[in-house]
Design a protein around this ligand. Structure first.
Ligand SMILES: [Zn+2]
Ligand SMILES: [Zn+2]
Length: 489
């Protein structure tokens, strides 16, 4: 049992994992950040790995299955998230932008998991808008700081007055609450689930359809696919989408005719994402509406070849800007199923793009991946050349490729878990991985043998600086490291 957590509190029904950990930590005078550092967790997430969950359980003395039940983790972690008994597409649950209802926290100051549903922007219990940002300093809320209900600028969030929402504008969000089994909203979804489109879909698929429909609204044209997002005004779009569903399928015509201009087509992507045999009537209704002559701007897609897709569609399915895809020839060649170079213009195979979208958490450029590791792109390139991080195609990368954020984080976590700290080395001159300024210089290819030494335990580090980013957390003793490098390891 850990000495750090003498006081145990049970989770509250409907509480999120991060909210519970924060509340438990606060009772024991330990901040969420400190708790995560103690558990060696790289980031604050409602979807921790089984290892992290185990360490959090050891630290807090709360049973691991209690924590697992609060978490959003599923066995297929990259593209799905669990919410209660439902498995949902990843984009439907997001805790990146924390938000809350002042009315709810006045009743009980705990963080509700339902606020992490990406389509929830208002509280139907209190008929008010959720608070997304501090009204004093304007900063969005994050999972940092000592107190969830006090901003870093000092503003007391319990004193924020919420903006009320007309009762007629609550309907869309009430249905989402009902679909996600929120107490006192079950009946709202009851009448709807016996009618198309919801009659033929599971709850997760129905919610995902609503998500695709709200994405067509001009006010939400900045939403990307797939991605976890939240928006202050999604309830308005949700009401419109629900109204169109009430008049299924005829109501869809006018609804989709007023779609925003965007490079992807969220509704078509949703139709294509459903396995065959599932929701066939719903798919047929939607496709008929999309390809009707009235559907104007979508008209040219009517005769598309289903087995190949455009760069635009592929980029949308992968959740990246099309320009990024155009800049990675090796990945495009891979996605076209071609083995040879120089076939840049080959069309992309839908099956390959679907496969890739399923397998990757988020696609990163070399420079974004470098940022996560806290090193320069040159150092990152040396790390990948050494085979320590594969590109998204799983190969030793050439130029013109992208990286899976999960893979980059796994590498970082693996290194940080393996480093051996020797306090006797602390206090001397320091060196850090990726740095060209210290002696010895550890950038580019020079960082590779040092990394290997750290991973294999042949080189010890002086300490771990939890404030630093990525590999920079590893503080090396410069003299010890010079000796290690000179020894030819
Ligand atoms: Zn509320
Ligand atoms: Zn503030």
């Amino acid at each position: 049992m850990s000495p750090h957590f003498r006081l145990r509190v049970p989770p509250i029904e409907g509480e999120s994992l991060l909210g519970f950990l924060w509340r438990l930590g606060a009772r024991n005078c330990i901040s969420l950040g400190t708790l995560h550092r103690m558990a060696g967790a790289p980031n604050r997430t409602n979807s921790p790995t089984p290892d992290t969950l185990k360490r959090l359980a050891d630290l807090t003395g709360i049973a691991v299955d209690v924590l697992a039940n609060l978490s959003c983790r599923t066995d297929a972690p990259n593209q799905t998230r669990r919410f209660g008994k439902h498995v949902l597409p990843r984009r439907l649950v997001s805790w990146r932008r924390r938000r809350f209802c002042p009315g709810c926290i006045a009743e009980s100051p705990h963080h509700r998991a339902i606020w992490d549903a990406s389509m929830v922007s208002i509280c139907p219990l209190h008929a008010c808008r959720l608070v997304f940002r501090c009204d004093a300093c304007g900063n969005s809320l994050e999972w940092v700081g000592d107190n969830l209900w006090t901003c870093r600028c000092g503003r007391d969030f319990t004193r924020i007055s919420a903006e009320s929402i007309a009762h007629t504008d609550l309907v869309g969000t009430q249905v989402v609450y009902g679909m996600l089994d929120q107490p006192s909203f079950e009946a709202t979804f009851h009448a709807l689930k016996v009618m198309l489109p919801f009659a033929d879909l599971e709850v997760g698929q129905g919610l995902d359809l609503l998500h695709s429909l709200v994405m067509t609204r001009p006010a939400l044209a900045h939403w990307s696919v797939p991605g976890d997002e939240a928006d202050e005004n999604v309830h308005v779009a949700l009401n419109e989408a629900l109204e169109a569903c009430h008049a299924w399928p005829t109501g869809m015509g006018a609804f989709l005719a007023s779609s925003a201009q965007r490079t992807d087509d969220p509704v078509r992507i949703w139709v294509n994402s459903l396995p065959s045999g599932v929701g066939e009537r719903v798919k047929a209704n939607l496709l008929a509406t999309i390809t009707e002559p009235g559907g104007e701007q979508q008209g040219h897609k009517t005769f598309e070849d289903k087995s190949t897709i455009s760069m635009d569609e592929a980029a949308a399915m992968l959740g990246i800007p099309v320009i990024r895809l155009q800049c990675v020839p090796n990945l495009c060649i891979f996605l076209s199923g071609e083995r040879k170079r120089g076939s840049l213009r080959a069309p992309l195979l839908r099956s390959m793009v679907v496969e890739l979208a399923k397998s990757t958490e988020r696609l990163l450029t070399k420079s974004e991946a470098s940022d996560i590791l806290g090193v320069s792109p040159v150092t990152f390139a040396a790390i990948v050349q050494a085979g320590m991080v594969p590109d998204v195609t799983g190969k030793a990368p050439k130029s013109g490729t992208l990286y899976d954020s999960a893979e980059v984080r796994r590498f970082l976590k693996g290194v940080l878990e393996r480093v051996v700290v020797d306090p006797a080395l602390d206090g001397g001159p320091e060196a850090r991985l990726g740095s060209s300024k210290t002696r010895p210089a550890l950038h580019g290819g020079r960082s590779v043998p040092v990394l290997r030494g750290l991973i294999e335990g042949r080189l010890r580090c002086a300490r771990v600086d939890s404030q630093a980013v990525g590999l920079h957390r590893i503080v090396l003793n410069a003299i010890e490291t010079s000796r290690f490098v000179a020894s030819g390891h």
